[in-house]
Ligand binder design. Structure first.
Ligand code: CTP
Length: 403
């Protein structure tokens, strides 16, 4: 979606500007060209040299620079782009944009442009919730500016709350979706896809439960990558720390039984990806009251949970045309995954090593083997986001040929 797209990136003066080099790298990896305008404030956090080195282009800073103006006037700068992204967008930049102030190169280019504008706000939580900022944002939104983020979390100022600039890869996805929408399609635009993600948890009593180490990172990334290709995605997720991906229907559940119910409610679909680490058992006799430690240690009776993947993959009218499972193994990964693929009747299985030494659970990286009827693809170690994008590409290729 980003191939050959020209992005004018305006970097304002916030600590999140330190994420910009990575943003440029990710955009260029996807074939976009990035030209930067660096404000005076932005230059306090990143150097023009680093932005120039990463973007491979001159970095523009000064409205009244004779050399810059003769090489590339500010009007041309604002027009020779497919989109302008302001990241980070500070409270000051948002205020100037909302009031039409043009007192430097960045704000002048923003006023002179006829191109879509997206902003990624970043500031302290109190500043973010201040009515002045919110009113300015409403003004910008009413004028068609897309506002992406901010997210919640630890802020550089030491406070916690809304105000963190959107993560780099989420910004990349948002730009991709923008161009996809503009094109009116995507490789998976016709398809309904259900993705399961995260752990399930099984209660023991009102305060205790059995859980597992799944973070939901891989499943959520897959849902986002499929949506980026235009699919209509329903993500059924157990409890995770992951943010809900943009543009996706998210159904939050806790137990395996709830997950199966939610998956069934999302049918019919064309494709299903079961990335959740579903608990294999639930507690047969969940105590309605909190178990007390004064009594003897309780005996916990477990009963089997439904297998969501196997249920989905059963032959029948509602079977999705492509059912993809995961196999979390700690030894003989490929052999065990092949057996799982056959036993559960799924079309593809993505096998990964989750043994303690592999560092898969909770980490950003994954090393997977994709097993299909045609054979085994061994993918090198990459980020979970990259695994998701590669898997989404494979799904799109399959869909184009077979669905
Ligand atoms: N799965 C499922 N429902 C379950 C158990 C697993 O849908 N009750 C799915 C997972 O989402 C994954 C695949 O089955 O796509 C394999 O899960 P995994 O945990 O690797 O294997 P299990 O089937 O649980 O078998 P085991 O624990 O014995 O390895």
């Amino acid at each position: 979606m980003l191939h050959n797209k020209r992005i004018l990136l305006i970097v304002a003066g916030g600590i999140a500007a330190v994420k910009v080099p990575d943003l440029i790298r990710r955009l260029r990896e996807r074939g976009a060209s990035v030209r930067c305008i660096l404000t005076k404030g932005g230059a306090q956090f990143v150097t023009p040299l680093s932005l120039a080195a990463l973007s491979g282009q001159h970095v523009y800073q000064d409205l009244f620079s004779l050399t810059d103006e003769s090489e590339m006037g500010h009007i041309r700068l604002s027009r020779e782009a497919d989109i302008i992204l302001v990241a980070p967008a500070t409270a000051d930049m948002i205020a100037k944009m909302s009031h039409g102030i043009a007192d430097d190169l960045a704000t002048t280019a923003l006023l002179a442009t006829d191109k879509p504008v997206m902003i990624a706000p970043s500031m302290n939580v109190m500043m973010w919730t201040h009515p002045a900022v919110q009113v300015n944002l409403e003004t910008l939104k009413a004028r068609g500016v897309s506002v992406f983020g901010p997210g919640a979390g630890d802020l550089a100022c030491g406070e916690v709350g809304d105000g963190r600039m959107a993560e780099v890869m989420d910004l990349v996805s948002a730009l991709g979706r923008h161009f996809q929408k503009q094109r009116g399609d995507g490789a998976l635009a016709r398809f309904r896809i259900v993705v399961t993600s995260g752990p399930t948890i099984e209660p023991i009593d009102p305060v205790r439960y059995i859980a597992n180490r799944s973070s939901g990172k891989q499943g959520h990334a897959i849902a986002a990558a499929l949506a980026d290709m235009g699919a209509q995605v329903t993500l059924v997720s157990g409890p995770t720390q992951e943010a809900d991906p943009d543009g996706i229907t998210v159904v939050k559940v806790e137990t395996a039984a709830q997950m199966l119910k939610a998956v069934r409610a999302a049918l019919p679909c064309d494709i299903a990806v079961c990335a959740a680490a579903v608990a294999d058992w639930h507690v047969a006799d969940v105590s309605k009251i909190k178990l007390k430690k004064s009594t003897a240690p309780p005996r916990i009776n477990l009963a089997p949970n439904p297998d969501i993947l196997a249920t989905l993959a059963q032959p029948g009218k509602q079977r999705p045309s492509l059912v993809i499972g995961f196999a979390a193994e700690t030894s003989d990964v490929i052999e065990k995954a092949k057996i799982k693929r056959a036993e559960k009747n799924c079309d593809w299985i993505v096998a990964n090593d989750v043994s303690p030494g592999s560092g898969t659970f909770g980490s950003e990286n994954n090393t997977v083997h994709v097993i299909t009827a045609e054979g085994v693809q061994n993918w090198p170690t990459m980020t979970k986001r990259e695994v998701a994008e590669k898997l989404a590409d494979l799904v799109a290729t399959f869909a184009a040929k077979k669905l």
